[in-house]
Design a protein around this ligand. Sequence first.
Ligand code: C2E
Ligand code: MG
Ligand code: MG
Ligand code: MG
Length: 279
Amino acid sequence: KSKEAGRNTWHFFDPGMESAVKERAALEDDLRLALQEQQFVLHFQAQVVGERLTGAEVLVRWQHPQRGMVPPGEFIPLAEDTGLILPLGEWVLDAACRQLARWATQPELAHLTLAVNVSAHQFGQVDFVDQVLAVLKNTGANPRFLKLELTESLLVDNVQDIIGKMFALKARGVGFALDDFGTGYSSLSYLKRLPLDQLKIDQSFVRDILVDPNDAAIARTIVALAESLGLGVIAEGVETETQREFLAKSGCHAFQGYLYSKPVPLDKFEELMTAEAVA
Ligand code: C2E
Ligand code: MG
Ligand code: MG
Ligand code: MG
């Protein structure tokens, strides 16, 4: 009987599954090494208010020596599971703040803001506020130009603790956006307690905004909600002029998406800025 059980156990590990496990372990090793060897790079995606380029969202990219450019969707979840998101997130924040400090010395770029994605796990660290303050101090970045993007997944944990951290950073001038808004499980009652500056309309509502009346209704409702709570609102995933027009007619005047620019390396982003200054 035990032999049979043993055989059954053996059959349970089919080769496909074994290779998936190996693949994941290999990627995890690579991720650790990538942190040591600084294989990560920031890309910048323009954020536009009205007609003006006001800043960018920072999106991390992994330049893997063999696999090439790995998109965050393929390694952020693994980084979350393994805790590697903590050193990675700190690296991203530090790199973004160093960039803000460099721009501050260039009059034509000094007004630019950066939005940095912060995972729930990262924000949950007991010393997260101190980490951010240390990075600001060490880099010399002005906190007023830094915005942290949080998601609703943050709110499943100790909300009081999260609110406390947000207020502590807010007091230093750091701003907050609620990313992918409308896709999570957060209760609307949290919204009035969180010291947010901005709601980000998720791209899943923007995509079919012209053809799907439900998406249009949701987008308009988010705009109205932001307005009545005294918050800003930005739409992500804006790809066409007609989407932009529809959003503008709905009262949303801040945009991010391929219509303006894909996420690009620093030199390309700065070119966008100079092109705008010339225009
Ligand atoms: P997100 O923060 O919601 O970022 C927006 C994603 O939408 C980005 O994907 C961006 O490239 C993509 N996007 C922007 N405009 C358009 C558009 O017009 N059309 C379409 N189809 N897509 C558009 P990306 O760069 O692959 O990042 C995916 C997610 O990975 C991000 O979603 C964010 O949750 C996460 N992520 C990226 N960088 C970081 C980071 O430094 N830290 C953490 N914790 N998460 C990050
Ligand atoms: Mg984001
Ligand atoms: Mg988003
Ligand atoms: Mg998203």
